[in-house]
Design a protein around this ligand. Structure first.
Ligand code: HEM
Ligand SMILES: *[C@@H]1O[C@H](CO)[C@@H](O)[C@H](O)[C@H]1NC(C)=O
Ligand SMILES: *[C@@H]1O[C@H](CO)[C@@H](O)[C@H](O)[C@H]1NC(C)=O
Ligand SMILES: CC(=O)N[C@H]1CO[C@H](CO)[C@@H](O)[C@@H]1O
Length: 597
């Protein structure tokens, strides 16, 4: 529909067609009828003014009719509407600008999420006449993601905003198409992929080596940047069988490092690829905030076009090679050759070429999984190290477990990982406090009802076509779910009596990997990758600390945060989110090498 025309132009023309064309057509017909029947000539100006006025009038009556119809449909299902948040200005523009402003300047979740105590854990707000529900209720999320799954989809708005990057892959499709992609990628995730550890090891070693070189000369390292490279290199190797080798490039120096000025950064393939991929993701993640109107901000040019050109320059030859190789192998097999049985060594691409040789499908599928898996894993590792820097006793205790279970130099195995209870607790607690995908959204495919947080009250109505935004992060901070210390980092809550009291009693209060049919298929993969890396890191380093002087001045927490309850009051960095969470300006750290390594 939006073909090759500049996005903004096609958007405007489309809207004009929707709003003005029918009114114009009716006006022309009426004018013609009056001309013929009454023989009266109406002035063209009158017709045009009437047409223009009819548009807002029609829009307003449509809204009135809609809200009447919603109340009637709710009543027919015996359901009620949720509490409503009303701003002070027409269309609630004041709320919208406040939300956007606090999204940029405030702490995680500030804006739409901080009136839950007052309004209840679900409410609706009409932003520029578009009704959105917001919720942090575990039972409602369970309904959206699992119990009433068919009534919710990612929706057209999200899909269109993401289309130029994610295309039609599993992360970005709904309905039958989603099912097709999900089935197609399943074999890749369900396999017990022990051999992954060898790939992790190679890349973990490059990452640690790079950091050691810097620490030895007294420089700070942006750990977030290193993790982004580690997950990029691992993911490209798993998906394509071809690593971009971003860990081979020089690491950046901090802004205050005398070396920072002297380094001329070379534009390697890896750097261009990583930068382009990040830029494309940044662009699409900001689009939904402007609803359909994002196209106005990219009026003449799709801002993902250039970054995606660079990304594709890397991926396309790999896909073509895989297709060619597969065709040759098929030919060989027919002429009596043999089939490689080396399942564990297969990349995702190797699996996919058996199902399809459509380059577009292969492209979208691999890009989707790359994007779905890379940043959230890197974020968890980054925030785990950040939290260990803030809580040295956690670092020491985890290191003791590493040395006890794995030993100072042994290669970590899957069995080791399984035995390491404290490691799992640290990872879970990191995922709870800094949920890597903090906010998410679904759209209803039909009228339906949601459980009321107050079980004695009627269910809550949500009409077809309504967006519902849910925050797993904010759910993780609820004291009624997690206890009075919900806002504080404490891995022990996964090991002591609190486990049974809270999480074990209601597992839906913890949802970093989502739930239901669209639950993250990479969960086990991610736990393995993160566990492996953390074990290697703690074998190699005996202490770690933040280097706050290296943190860029515009990336430090505002003084107003100090003393606030929970992690906000303890923050030494500024956490932000695009699709996934990240540390604004990077996480600058220093670590001490273990003598044995
Ligand atoms: C700590 C790491 C990770 C976290 C927190 C995480 C979280 C999530 C979440 C919340 C979703 C649901 C998104 C939604 O439905 O809107 C998801 C979906 C997905 N994740 Fe992960 N993920 C992680 C790692 C990975 C890895 C390593 C991979 C791949 C190797 C992966 C592949 C996927 C895919 C393909 C989907 C889409 C599934 C679908 O829509 O059916 N994830 N992930
Ligand atoms: C079968 O394939 C393997 C791996 O490619 C190769 O080492 C082996 O020699 C092949 N065997 C035959 C009979 O072609
Ligand atoms: C960590 O969370 C997962 C769910 O993601 C759960 O299955 C597991 O039991 C938790 N681990 C610990 C140590 O509590
Ligand atoms: C880069 C580096 O020095 N990595 C080391 C980390 O620790 C393990 C376990 O002793 C070594 O095998 C690695 O060489």
């Amino acid at each position: 529909m939006y073909g090759r025309m500049p996005p903004g132009l096609s958007f405007l023309l489309g809207r004009l067609a929707i709003y003005f064309a029918p009114a114009m057509a009716v006006a022309v017909i009426i004018k013609a009828l009056i001309d013929v029947l009454l023989d009266v000539e109406l002035s063209n100006t009158l017709i045009i003014v009437a047409t223009l006025l009819s548009v807002p009038a029609e829009y307003a009556s449509r809204i009135l009719f809609h809200s009447w119809s919603v109340r009637r449909r709710a009543a027919s299902l015996g359901a009620i509407l949720p509490p409503r948040w009303d701003g002070r200005s027409v269309g609630n523009f004041d709320l919208l600008t406040d939300f956007l402003d606090r999204f940029h300047r405030g702490y995680l979740g500030e804006g739409p999420w901080d009136r839950m105590e007052e309004l209840g854990n679900i409410y609706s707000v009409s932003l520029v006449w578009d009704v959105i529900y917001f919720t942090i209720d575990a039972n409602i999320m369970k309904a959206i993601l699992a119990i009433d799954f068919p009534s919710f989809e990612k929706g057209e708005k999200f899909r269109e905003a993401m289309d130029s990057v994610l295309g039609k892959g599993v992360f970005n499709s709904d309905g039958e198409l989603w099912k097709f992609h999900r089935t197609m990628t399943r074999p890749y995730f369900s396999r017990d992929r022990i051999s992954h550890f060898e790939v992790f090891d190679r890349h973990a070693d490059s990452a640690i080596k790079k950091m050691k070189e810097r620490f030895r000369l007294g420089h700070a390292v942006d750990f977030q940047d290193v993790m982004s490279r580690f997950t990029l290199d691992s993911a490209t190797e798993f998906l394509f069988g071809k690593c971009v080798n971003s860990l081979k490039d020089t690491l950046p120096y901090s802004y205050n490092d005398p070396k920072a000025d002297k380094i001329v950064e070379e534009q390697t393939v890896a750097k261009c690829f990583a930068t382009a991929l990040a830029e494309a993701q940044r662009v699409v993640s900001t689009r939904p905030r402007a609803s359909h109107a994002w196209r106005l901000f990219e009026f003449w040019q799709d801002k993902t076009a250039e970054p995606m050109r660079i990304v594709n320059e890397f991926i396309q030859p790999i896909l073509e090679e895989a297709i060619t190789k597969h065709r040759a192998a098929m030919g060989e097999r027919q002429s009596g050759g043999n089939d490689s049985k080396d399942e564990d060594g297969k990349t995702l691409l190797d699996h996919l070429v058996y199902i399809t040789d459509d380059p577009a499908v292969l492209h979208d599928e691999t890009i989707n999984i790359l994007i779905a898996g890379k940043d959230s894993t890197a974020a968890t590792l980054t925030f785990a190290v950040y939290l260990m820097c803030l809580n040295p006793h956690v670092f020491q205790r985890l290191r003791a477990e590493v040395l006890e279970v794995v030993g100072p130099t042994e290669m970590p195995t899957f069995d080791h990982v399984r035995k390491m209870k404290y490691l799992r607790a640290v990872i879970n607690e990191t995922l709870r406090i800094y949920c890597p995908i903090p906010f998410n959204i679904r759209v209803t495919t039909r009228d339906t009802t949601l459980p009321n947080p107050d079980p004695s009250a009627p269910r809550i109505f949500i009409p077809k076509g309504t967006s519902i935004s849910y925050s797993v992060l904010m759910m993780h901070y609820r004291k009624d779910y997690w206890g009075p210390d919900a806002l504080y980092f404490d891995p022990d809550r996964w090991l002591d009596e609190r486990l049974h009291q809270y999480f074990a009693a209601n597992p839906f209060i913890f949802g970093p990997f989502s739930a239901g049919p669209r639950i993250c298929p990479g969960q086990q993969f991610a736990y393995n990758e993160m566990s492996f890396f953390l074990i290697r890191l703690l074998q190699n380093f005996s202490s770690m600390e933040l280097d706050l002087s290296a943190q860029p001045p515009d990336a430090r927490p505002p003084p107003g945060w100090a003393g606030a309850e929970g992690q906000k009051g303890l923050e030494k960095i500024v956490p932000k989110s695009h699709i996934s969470l990240y540390v604004h300006g990077g996480l600058w750290v220093k670590m001490t090498q273990d003598d044995r390594n």
